[in-house]
Design a protein around this ligand. Structure first.
Ligand SMILES: *[C@@H]1O[C@H](CO)[C@@H](O)[C@H](O)[C@H]1NC(C)=O
Ligand SMILES: *[C@@H]1O[C@H](CO)[C@@H](O)[C@H](O)[C@H]1NC(C)=O
Length: 338
C-alpha cells in the first residue's frame, strides 16, 4: 500500500534520534511532563480497554474499575455517549438517504448530527458489518473502493514546499457516494464541535486533514483515528522540532489543545449472532494530558511530546482517509482514500 507517510510519530522519532539534547528534554523523566503513579502501577490501560469501554456493557464491564475510571476521565465526547442503545436497531427514519438530506440544503440540527453518529446511514453500517464478517480483513474494506485513481492535487501550496501529505500520490473514493459524504460529515463535525471541548481545529494541511480507518478484531469495531494538529509550527521555546517539508509555513501553535489531537470515531458494533446492533457509534476526543492514563499508557514514549496515539495499536489499518482543500469553487474540500 505504498510507503508510509512521514507522520508526526515518525518525524518526531527521527528528530529525537538525531538530536540528543531534545531526547533528553522529551524523556519521561522530564519534570515538564510528569507521569503520575497509579495506586497499582502494574495496572496498565491497553488500546483494547479503550475500545471495550466505549462498547456495550458486555465489553466494558470486563475492564478493571480503576482503569475504567481513569480512562473515562480522559474522554471528551463530541457527541454524547449513549452506551445503552435505546433501540437495538437503527431508527427506521435513518434509512433516508444521507446525501439527499445534506443536499436538501441547510444545516443539520444538533440532534440529527448526534443520531448520524449513533446510527449512521446504511452504507456505513454495512461497512461495519463487513469488517466483522470478513474477520477483520482490511482487503474487504479496500474492495468497497472505486478502483479509479485520483491524483492528489497541490493542496494549499504543498508542492512548492515539497510536502507529500498523503501516503500515496493518488487516492480513491468509496463506491458509495453516501459513504464519502459521511466521512466529510465527520471532519466537519469535529471542526464544528471541537471548540466545545477546547479543541479549535482548522481543515488545513497542517492541522486536521486525515484519519486512519482501522478494524479492531477483538472488539469487532470499525473505527477511524483522526489526528488533528499534525504539523505544529517550529518554535524554539515550545516546539523545537523539525518535522520536514510539510511543517514549513505551519500556523498551528503548540499548546494545551495538542492533548486533544487524537479523535476517535467508532461505527456501531454489530452483534455477533443476529443482524442487530450491540452498540451505537461514538465520536470522542481522547485527552492525552500529561497527568492522565492515556498519556501514561497509550502514547508511546518517543512521541509523548506530540501526544500521538498510534493507529496500529487500535487495530488493523485498512486505509487512510484524507479530507483535502482542493480549492474548488463549488466544494472546497474532497475526500481521498489512500
Ligand atoms: C477557540 O475559538 C473560539 C472562537 O471560535 C475562541 O473564542 C476560543 O477562545 C478558542 N479556544 C481556544 C482554546 O483557543
Ligand atoms: C491557519 O490557516 C488556515 C488555512 O488558511 C486557516 O483556516 C486557519 O484559521 C489558520 N489557523 C490559525 C490558528 O491561524
Amino acid at each position: 500500500m505504498g510507503k508510509p507517510s512521514l507522520s508526526l510519530r515518525l518525524t518526531i522519532f527521527l528528530s529525537l534520534s538525531l538530536t540528543a539534547s531534545y531526547s533528553i528534554s522529551a524523556s519521561s523523566s522530564s519534570p515538564i511532563f510528569p507521569r503520575r503513579s497509579s495506586p497499582n502501577p502494574s495496572l496498565k490501560a491497553t488500546p483494547s480497554d479503550l475500545l471495550s469501554l466505549l462498547g456495550p456493557k458486555s465489553q466494558s464491564s470486563s475492564i478493571d474499575p480503576f482503569v475504567a475510571k481513569e480512562l473515562t476521565s480522559c474522554f471528551r465526547f463530541l457527541v454524547p455517549f449513549s452506551p445503552i442503545a435505546k433501540k437495538n436497531c437503527p431508527p427506521s427514519y435513518l434509512n433516508r438517504k444521507f446525501l439527499s438530506l445534506k443536499q436538501k440544503g441547510g444545516d443539520l440540527c444538533q440532534r440529527e448530527e448526534n443520531e448520524l453518529v449513533w446510527w449512521p446511514p446504511r452504507p456505513v453500517l454495512e461497512l461495519a458489518r463487513l469488517a466483522v464478517d470478513s474477520g477483520g480483513d482490511p482487503a474487504a474494506i479496500q474492495r468497497a473502493l472505486d478502483p479509479t485513481m485520483i491524483t492528489v492535487p497541490d493542496v494549499e501550496g504543498s508542492k512548492e514546499d515539497r510536502c507529500e501529505l498523503t501516503r500515496t500520490p493518488y487516492g480513491r473514493r468509496f463506491i458509495s457516494e453516501e459513504l464519502n459524504s459521511y466521512l466529510e460529515f465527520l471532519f466537519e463535525l469535529i471542526l464544528a464541535r471541537g471548540p466545545n471541548i477546547g479543541l479549535n481545529v482548522s481543515l488545513s494541511r497542517y492541522d486536521l486533514f486525515h484519519g486512519h480507518l482501522f478494524l479492531a478484531i477483538d472488539s469487532g469495531r470499525l473505527g477511524i483515528l483522526f489526528h488533528a494538529k499534525e504539523y505544529p509550527a517550529y518554535d524554539k521555546e515550545v516546539f523545537p522540532y523539525n518535522m520536514g517539508y510539510c511543517q514549513v509555513g505551519s500556523n498551528v501553535t503548540y499548546d494545551d489543545s495538542m492533548n486533544l489531537r487524537n479523535i476517535l470515531w467508532l461505527a456501531p458494533l454489530p452483534s455477533d449472532s443476529t443482524k442487530a446492533w450491540a452498540a451505537p457509534g461514538v465520536l470522542v476526543a481522547l485527552d492525552a494530558r500529561p497527568d492522565g492514563i492515556i498519556y501514561r499508557d497509550l502514547i508511546p514514549e518517543y512521541v509523548n511530546i506530540a501526544r500521538t496515539i498510534y493507529e496500529d495499536d487500535l487495530g488493523e489499518v485498512a486505509v487512510d482517509v484524507n479530507y483535502l482543500d482542493v480549492g474548488n469553487a463549488g466544494s472546497k474540500f474532497k475526500i481521498f482514500i489512500c
